[in-house]
Design a protein around this ligand. Structure first.
Ligand code: DON
Length: 573
């Protein structure tokens, strides 16, 4: 059994395999009426198809989510969850649909600790014991019924077609199967779907998922009950329990999405609308942007600017580790953490020319002031409705477990809990009491879809990337604030600091030797990455001239399209 402290190494390795495909950046620009940027061309096509049939951005989001479940089975799906950030143009309302997974009712705080009292990472990563109760099916039904115009039979049609007719897998699929081969081989139903006669399929192999098509059809016909009750539910529970998991029919029956008020932030004339807990993103972005608002970043040289951004990251990940968890279970001092006063107090500890040692920050005590593989898409429609959604089953292929006869890959989101408070999870994140396991509780997440707004410019962005999601979204917002175009938000070389480990992680192109020397001179430590990370899908709408730009991260295989109906889409393509 591997131990918790080895997980960090796994993540460093995995992030190398996870991302980079080396394809060119895909950008689409023009005067348009709708735009879609997603991590897979077939998902973008599904969204466009549904828009072409008169659907709105919400129907398109349902279509894209379901298509991603089929064509990126390692990244998100019906066995997982996510956060869908919606902007409803009529009335100007923003809503976060929380379709995050919940711990099973039989979950216990110490369920992943071995007899030596130490967390056994494999238990919370591989197999059905690692799976929390999925939220994506409920979220899709909720979004379609409450905000969509089309029936689920229409919005799920492209995904059902991809699942039944199959699609050619790419090199990325090949790499991820290779990575998770040992766990995929362990479960017969999984291996039968994702391996080619027991071998890792090569790019070009056609993956067909008839069981998944049937599960999607059950949802299209019966809505929520098609997944959470009846035959699919019974198959899920039977298979999970037979393989050592703890799900019950009651777990599925009880699952509900929660609509939450998004987190709203102001930063130098920008309005940022982003996730609420149980995503750590909103509060972490609040802390970082509030800290950075106290500096004139534009007047600083690059090294000092990066230094201050890193110090802001360090402090927000530290606060996350201590305070953040499911707000339905723990009291989180949200207002105080998001306050200008808290940021001002944190700023006082930042030296302009010296890195703070994370260990020197010591323990966090009372709340302040008393004195958080995965995928993302962004969609905007002709009416101005928007969706930015980040969806996950956590690790590539989640838990690796498919309940026979469902085609659904179950998540391993239980690893996002602090399985042993104080010990790092697979992304190297430490957590405490606030994110300890409890029955029915949602694990803290990093997924942070966001809207960034000025009177003239509206940005939609988000990305996968584990713990680095929040810092990537921060860097994207800072580029937006600098007036940079979305090609820059998605492509600029990235850096990251998460409090622990106390080192700046950075893409090879992020720092040249001189810049690194200057940062080292300030006392920064480094954990250079050998590969790039992230897969941001972004849209910029400039009201003047009604210009839309949609961009996919050059690190991934995504596709971005801007369209003025009905010119470019042939529904059914
Ligand atoms: O919710 C979270 O924070 C994680 N389950 C996200 C995992 C992820 O982004 C993996 N991607 N590269």
């Amino acid at each position: 059994m591997i131990q918790a402290q080895q997980r960090w190494l796994i993540f460093v390795f995995i992030s190398a395999v996870l991302i980079s495909s080396g394809s060119p950046s895909v950008a689409a620009t023009g005067p348009g009426r709708a735009a879609v940027a997603s991590a897979h061309p077939l998902a973008t096509q599904a969204a466009l198809e549904v828009l072409g049939k008169g659907g709105n951005a919400f129907d398109a989001a349902v279509a894209a989510s379901a298509a991603l479940a089929v064509v990126e089975p390692a990244s998100s799906g019906l066995g997982g969850g996510g956060f869908w950030l919606l902007h409803i143009a009529a009335g100007g309302r923003d809503i976060m649909v929380d379709g995050r997974e919940r711990a099973p009712l039989a979950a216990t705080r110490n369920m992943y600790l071995g007899s030596d009292g130490k967390a056994e990472a494999r238990l919370s990563l591989d197999g059905p014991l690692a799976a929390a109760i999925p939220g994506e099916p409920a979220a899709l039904v909720h979004i379609a019924e409450r905000y969509g115009r089309l029936p689920l039979t229409e919005s799920l049609r492209p995904a059902i077609r991809y699942a039944r007719q199959g699609f050619a897998v790419d090199a990325h699929y090949h790499r991820l199967v290779q990575l998770r081969r040992s766990v995929l081989e362990r479960y017969r139903a999984t291996a039968a779907i994702f391996l080619q006669a027991g071998a890792v399929p090569k790019a070009g192999w056609v993956l067909r998922q008839p069981d998944l098509a049937a599960t999607l059809e059950a949802i299209a016909e019966a809505g929520r009950a098609g997944f959470y009750e009846g035959e699919i539910a019974r198959r899920l529970v039977r298979a999970v329990r037979a393989a050592g998991g703890i799900w019950s029919l009651e777990d599925l029956r009880q699952y509900r999405v929660v609509e939450r008020e998004p987190t709203r932030l102001r930063y130098r004339g920008l309005n940022v609308v982003t996730t609420a807990l149980p995503s750590a993103g909103g509060l972490q972005l609040a802390i970082m942007l509030n800290i950075l608002a106290g500096y004139d970043l534009g007047s600083l040289d690059k090294a000092h600017r990066i230094h201050l951004v890193v110090e802001a990251m360090r402090r927000s990940y530290r606060a996350r580790a201590h305070y953040l968890g499911d707000p339905d279970f723990v009291a989180v001092p949200r207002r105080r953490l998001a306050s200008v006063a808290y940021a001002a107090a944190l700023r006082q500890g930042i030296e302009l020319n010296h890195a703070t040692r994370s260990a020197a920050l010591g323990e966090l005590g009372d709340p302040p002031g008393k004195g958080a593989d995965t995928t993302h898409f962004s969609i905007i429609d002709a009416a101005g409705n928007r969706v930015a959604a980040t969806l996950s089953i956590n690790y590539p292929f989640g838990s690796g477990f498919v309940a026979a006869g469902t085609g659904v890959v179950l998540n391993d989101e239980m690893d996002d809990f602090a399985t042993q408070p104080g010990e790092p999870n697979v992304y190297g994140l430490v957590g405490g009491e606030a994110n300890a396991i409890a029955p029915g509780k949602r694990p803290l997440s990093s997924m942070s879809p966001a809207f960034v707004e000025t009177p003239q410019r509206i940005g939609l962005l988000g990305t996968p990337g584990g713990s680095r999601i929040v810092s990537m979204v921060l860097l994207g917002i800072l580029e937006f604030a600098d007036g940079q175009p979305p090609t820059v938000w998605v492509s600029r070389a990235r850096y990251h600091h998460q409090y622990l480990p106390d080192a700046i992680q950075y893409e090879p192109a992020a720092f040249g030797a001189r810049l690194r020397e200057r940062l080292a001179g300030m006392g920064h430590r480094f954990a250079p990455l050998t590969q790039d990370y992230g897969n941001m899908q972004a849209i910029l709408w400039e009201r003047r001239g009604n210009r839309l730009r949609a961009v996919s991260d050059p690190r991934g295989n995504g596709s971005a399209r801007v369209t003025s109906w009905p010119a470019t889409v042939r529904p059914g393509d």
